[in-house]
Design a protein around this ligand. Structure first.
Ligand code: DGL
Length: 289
C-alpha cells in the first residue's frame, strides 16, 4: 500500500461521534505503536445513537469527506458501531480507500459462550439496526441474546474522559436492567457493542457477575488494520513499547497523532488530559463546509 501522507508513513483515521473511538485507537496503538493516527470526534453531532438514519448517513458522509480532504490517510476506521451498522455499505461504495468498520462482536461471543446466553449492550440505534439482527441470525442463531440499548452509558463514558465524577448508581441501574431478563443468570458473555463502553469496562464489571466475560471488537479491528497495512508500518524502535503500564496508557510520545473535533466546545478542551493519555498531543477543529 502506498502512503497517502507526505512523510511516507502510513496514517490511519479513526472516527467516532465522541471519545468512544479512543477504545479502538488504544488497541491500534498497542498493536502498531509507530503508526500515526488522526482521531476524529464528531462532537458537533454527538450522540449518534439517538439520531435518525437518513440524517446520520448524510452527516457521516459530510464529516468524513471533509476529514479526508484535510487529512490524507491510508485507512479509515469507523470506530463507531452506530455509524458502521448503518453507513458502511454507503461509505464503501462512495469512498476510494480501505474502510474498516466496527460492528457488534456477535460472532466471537457466540463462539465463546458455553451457556448459549449472550448479552448485547449498545446504543438504542445499534440494538434496533437490521444489520445487528442479521449478525445475530447469521452467527448466533442458537443463542439467546439479551439486548439493551443505553445512551446514558455513552454520556457517562464522555464524562469519565473529561475527568468528571461519574454516577456509579446509574451504571448499577443499567446493569440491573440487563440482569432483569429471565435468562440473565445464564449469560456468560456480554458484547460491548458501542465503542464508548470498553472505556467503562472496570465500572461495569463491578456490577456484573464475575462469570460474565466482557468482549468488544477493538482488538479484531487492530488486527485488520495491521493486515491491511501489510509491511508498511514503520519499525521504528523509538515508538515500540511492548510493556504497557497497567492502566494501558501509551507512554511513548509522538507528535504525529492529532485529535480533530467538529465543534469547539469547553467539553472538548477538557478532554486534553485524556487525549495525552492516548498519546495525542495536538488538537484541531474541522471547518465543515
Ligand atoms: N461510540 C458509538 C458507537 O460505537 C456511539 C455513541 C453515540 O451514541 O454517539 O456506537
Amino acid at each position: 500500500m502506498s502512503s497517502a501522507t507526505q512523510t511516507n508513513k502510513p496514517r490511519v483515521l479513526v472516527f467516532d461521534s465522541g471519545v468512544g473511538g479512543l477504545s479502538v485507537a488504544r488497541e491500534i496503538q498497542q498493536r502498531l505503536p509507530g503508526l500515526p493516527l488522526v482521531y476524529a470526534s464528531d462532537n458537533g453531532f454527538f450522540p449518534y445513537g439517538t439520531k435518525g438514519e437518513a440524517e446520520l448517513i448524510a452527516r457521516v458522509d459530510l464529516v468524513i469527506r471533509s476529514l479526508l480532504q484535510r487529512y490524507p490517510v491510508d485507512i479509515l476506521v469507523i470506530a463507531c458501531n452506530t455509524a458502521s451498522t448503518l453507513a458502511l455499505p454507503y461509505l464503501r461504495s462512495h469512498l476510494d480507500l480501505p474502510i474498516v468498520g466496527v460492528v457488534p462482536a456477535i460472532k466471537p461471543a457466540a463462539k465463546l459462550s458455553r451457556s448459549g446466553v449472550i448479552g448485547l449492550l449498545a446504543t438504542p440505534a445499534t440494538v434496533a439496526r437490521p444489520y445487528t439482527h442479521e449478525l445475530i441470525r447469521e452467527y448466533a442463531p442458537q443463542c439467546d441474546v439479551i439486548s439493551l440499548g443505553s445512551s446514558e452509558l455513552v454520556q457517562i463514558a464522555e464524562q469519565k474522559l473529561r475527568g468528571e465524577i461519574i454516577d456509579h448508581k446509574r451504571i448499577a441501574h443499567i446493569t440491573l436492567q440487563l440482569m432483569e431478563h429471565e435468562k440473565a443468570t445464564q449469560m456468560d458473555v456480554l458484547v460491548l457493542a458501542c465503542t464508548h463502553f470498553p472505556l467503562l469496562k472496570e465500572e461495569l464489571s463491578v456490577y456484573l457477575p464475575e462469570t460474565v466475560q466482557l468482549i468488544d471488537s477493538g482488538e479484531a479491528i487492530a488486527r485488520r488494520v495491521e493486515s491491511l497495512l501489510g509491511n508498511t508500518v514503520p519499525n521504528d524502535n523509538h515508538f515500540i513499547e511492548n510493556d504497557f503500564p497497567e492502566n494501558n496508557s501509551i507512554e511513548n510520545t509522538s507528535i504525529e497523532n492529532i485529535a480533530v473535533f467538529t465543534k469547539k466546545t469547553t467539553e472538548a478542551t477538557r478532554l486534553v488530559p485524556a487525549l495525552i493519555h492516548f498519546n495525542i498531543h495536538q488538537i484541531d477543529y474541522l471547518d465543515l463546509q
